[in-house]
Write a protein that binds this ligand. Structure first.
Ligand code: PMP
Length: 439
């Protein structure tokens, strides 16, 4: 019996009207082969596909759903906002309140601008950093992903890494040459690149915990070193906290590691599952944005009232005592049990985890940068991924992504996941034995 027959039919149909059948590349299962389940609804930690299969979801819409799917407070806020009108293209009180809430969480942000996605946040922050400094060059990290804007699609992670096009055709070489790269966690390399261009260095943009080469935490001193470097050459330090903001702490990596960026990009949890992003930072820099300043950035739907309502409801409902501690404990248990299960199965793995975001790499430790992440065994990952999916565990269909927990994943879900993982790791082990027998 084909458990995903209807999804398969939908995928075939989708292929004739949507490129690759999907509206964002990694969804197509290109890295793992097979057909993606088409989702009809979500509830708490679960999603249900078009054939009514239920999965425990660790993708959580790639991070936004820290409260789980269809949280009643978020749904109610969305309904209430929509009834009052879905868009005005004019200022609203709710935008001001949300901006104030973000500022409370991120002391480095004096002012912020709401946009519609993480891509827009990164793209706009970069333009602003260039406009503010009057310089062109920017450093990003290999395997870092900041959305698909031209200047940031150079040695990019996430889907770009998955599909082997980390630097996309269509990005003019004249433009890409202003984007310099360095390996993550390698301060000496960053310093060398920066010093070679110090008069023209506008910004360093970094995911303070990398999430798009799989999860890779910053080594001790790395973020502080970037801070010092930016100060010494007069460049803007941009923290892309699209994933980490409100995820690893309310105030993101800046709270967790006690460090301040000049500009911060936000998205995902900020919009509670609706399209919303933001960039913000020091007033002196933010005041260079139009209409206060000359750097242009605008949006018909920016500050959309429905998205703002979903974001505000999410930020309110995660503002409870012990919220992050509880998430962290569950994530710690999941990570520890996965390592135990891998040891039992004698499969080499590395688990990188920061709070409720984690990645299981099929390679021995450490994974500190993109080239180490890329050394993980793709065949084993595929076996693992499909074995988990068959057992009702929905993971990101690429080895370069994070798994996310929500407040509604409980001990029982984690136990079920670990039981499934034991079987899936056995499968992954068999693949390795069979392959070694052939070679
Ligand atoms: N920055 C980071 C760190 C991201 O992980 C992503 C998307 N996963 C983006 C930016 C782009 O965000 P969006 O997909 O909302 O455009």
């Amino acid at each position: 019996m084909d458990k995903r027959e209807y999804s398969r039919k939908l995928f075939e149909r989708a292929l004739s009207s949507i490129p690759g059948g999907v509206n964002s590349p990694v969804r197509a299962f290109g890295a793992v082969e097979g057909t993606p389940p088409f989702i009809v609804r979500g509830e708490g930690p679960y999603i249900y596909d078009a054939d009514e299969n239920r999965y425990i979801d660790y993708v959580m819409s790639w991070g936004p759903l820290i409260l789980g799917h269809a949280h009643p407070a978020v749904v109610e806020a969305v309904e209430r906002a929509a009834r009052c009108g879905t868009s005005f293209g004019a200022p609203t009180e709710a935008e001001v309140v949300l901006a104030e809430t973000v500022k409370e969480a991120f002391p480095s942000i004096d002012k912020l601008r709401l946009v519609n996605s993480g891509t827009e946040a990164g793209m706009s922050a970069l333009r602003l950093a260039r406009g503010y400094t009057g310089r062109d060059k920017v450093i990003k990290f290999e395997g870092g992903y900041h959305g698909h804007a031209d200047g940031l699609l150079v040695k990019a992670g996430s889907g770009a890494a998955t599909f082997g096009t980390p630097s996309s055709p269509g990005v003019p070489a004249d433009y890409a040459r202003h984007t310099l790269t360095a390996p993550y966690n390698d301060l000496d390399a960053v310093r060398d690149v920066a010093k070679a261009h110090s008069d023209d260095m506008a910004a360093i943009i970094v995911e303070p915990v990398a999430g798009n080469m799989g999860v890779v935490p910053p080594e001790s001193g790395f973020l502080e070193g970037l801070r010092e470097l930016c100060d010494s050459i007069g460049a803007v330090l941009i923290f892309d906290e699209v994933i980490t903001g409100f995820r690893i702490a309310r105030g993101g990596a800046q709270e967790k590691f006690d460090i301040r960026a000049d500009l911060t990009c936000l998205g995902k949890i900020l919009g509670g599952g609706l399209p919303l992003g933001a960039y913000g930072g020091r007033a002196e820099i933010m005041d260079k944005i139009a209409p206060t300043g000359p750097v242009y950035q605008a949006g018909t739907l920016s500050g959309n009232p429905v998205a703002v309502a979903a974001g505000a409801a999410t930020l309110k409902n995660i503002d409870t005592t012990g919220f992050y501690e509880a998430l962290d404990q569950k994530a710690e248990k999941l990570a520890r049990s996965l390592v135990d299960a891998a040891n039992e199965a004698k499969v080499d793995v590395t688990i990188n985890r920061v709070g409720s975001m984690m990645t299981l790499f099929f390679c021995p430790p450490p994974v500190r940068n993109y080239s180490e992440a890329a050394s993980s065994d793709i065949e084993q990952f595929k076996q693992w991924f499909h074995a988990m999916l068959e057992q009702g565990i929905y993971l990101a269909p690429s080895p370069y992504e994070a798994a996310f927990l929500s407040a509604l994943h409980n001990e029982e879900h984690i136990d079920i996941t670990i039981d499934a993982a034991r079987k899936a790791l056995d499968n992954a082990k068999k693949t390795l034995i069979e392959r070694n027998a052939v070679t």
